[in-house]
Write a protein that binds this ligand. Sequence first.
Ligand SMILES: Cc1ncc(COP(=O)(O)O)c(C=O)c1O
Length: 391
Amino acid sequence: MSIERIDAATRDLPAPLAAVDMADLMTNADDLVRRADGLPIRIATKSVRCREVLRRTLALPGFGGLMAYSLSEALWLVRGGFTDVLVAYPSVDAVAFHDLAHDEVAAREITIVVDDPQHLKVIARAVGEDARPIRVCLDIDSSLRVAGVHLGVRRSPVHTLENAVNAARGILAEPSVHLVGLMFYDAQLAGIQDSSPAVRAMKRRSANELRERRARIVRAVRDLTDLEFVNGGGTGSLTMVSGDEGLTELAAGSGLYGPTLFDGYRDFRPEPAFAYALPVTRRPSARVRTLFGGGYVASGPAGKSRVPTAVLPAGLSELGAEGVGEVQTPVSGDAAGDLNVGDRVWWRHPKAGEVCERFATLHLVEDVGSDGTQAVVTSVPTYRGEGKCFG
Ligand SMILES: Cc1ncc(COP(=O)(O)O)c(C=O)c1O
C-alpha cells in the first residue's frame, strides 16, 4: 500500500509533512488517459497546486495544457514557462487583464472563460483601446434542468442552444476579445459519488441530455466561428463523456492525487497517491493520542464528506467533540494506545490540491532500483511554498 511506502521513505523528515507516491500518481495518470479514450487531458491546476507535479504530468503522453483557476495564477504559470493555459473561472481582476493584454506571450498562451456580457465589459475597460484581443472561451452551463429543478453547479447562465448562439454573437461583436473555445463542465456527473441507484440514474439521464445538447451547441457555434477547442468533463466523468461528439479535449486533475472523494465511484478507483502525516505530541489518556495540526477541512457543503480520514495506523478516528482541530487533533481507536510521542499518523484529504495550501513542501517519493525497494525523496514547493496564494 502506497502510504506505508511513503511513511518508510519519509521517516527521517519532520512532520507535519505531505507526500506523493509518484509510482501511484503515474498509475493514476495512466488510468485518466485510458478513460479519456484518445482525447487529450488538460490538467486542472487547482487539484495539483505544485508546479513540479504539473511539469511531470504534462510530460506524459495524453496530457496537454493547463486549466488554471485564477488569471494571476495563469500569468505566473506562463511567465514560468508553461503554455496553453485555460482559466476556467471568470475574472474581474482589471490589473491582471491589463497585464495579459500587454504581454505578447501571455496573450497568446492564456484563454479565459466568459459567460456574461458584464465579463466582456470588465475586459474591455481593463485592457483599453488598441490592446491585443483577449482569448476567451464561452462556458456553457452543463447542469440538468428537470421540472424546475437544477441539478449541477451554479456558474454560467448560458444553457440553451439559443443562449449559446446569442452569447457567441455578443463575443464576436466585441473587439477586445477573441472567441476560441467552449467549455462544458458537468459537475453533477464528475463531482458526485455513485452513492445510490437514484444517483446513478440521474447521472445517466444528465449525461444523455448533455451529449445531445452539447452536440447541437458545438455545431451552431462552429457555424459562426472557428473554434480551437471544446473542453468537457473532470476526473469523475471522463468515462461518461470521452466519446461525446464535439469534445476535443477533457479536463482532470484530482484523479492524480486520488483523494477520498473518489472512493465512492463505480467505474474507477484511483490509488491514494497523496497523504500527509501528523506527529503525535500528547497522550491525554490510554486510548487517545493528540496530534499536531490537522484541521484541514475541505471546501463545499459542511459535513462528514469534507473531513479528512486517518488511514495509518488503521482504525483511528477524530473525536466528535473536537473533530480535526486548528492546531491539534485528538484521535482514538485500537491502535492509539500503541502510539508514542513523535510517532506519526497518516491522513487522506477529501479533495486533491486544496490541502497543498497547508503545506509549503511536497515530498515526492519514487522507487529506484530494479526491485523497487529503494526510495528517493525529492522535496518540491507547493504553490504556497513558492509564496503564491491565488484564492
Ligand atoms: C471547469 C472544471 N473542469 C474540470 C474540473 C474537474 O477537476 P478535477 O478533475 O480536478 O476534479 C473542475 C473541477 O471543479 C472544473 O471546475
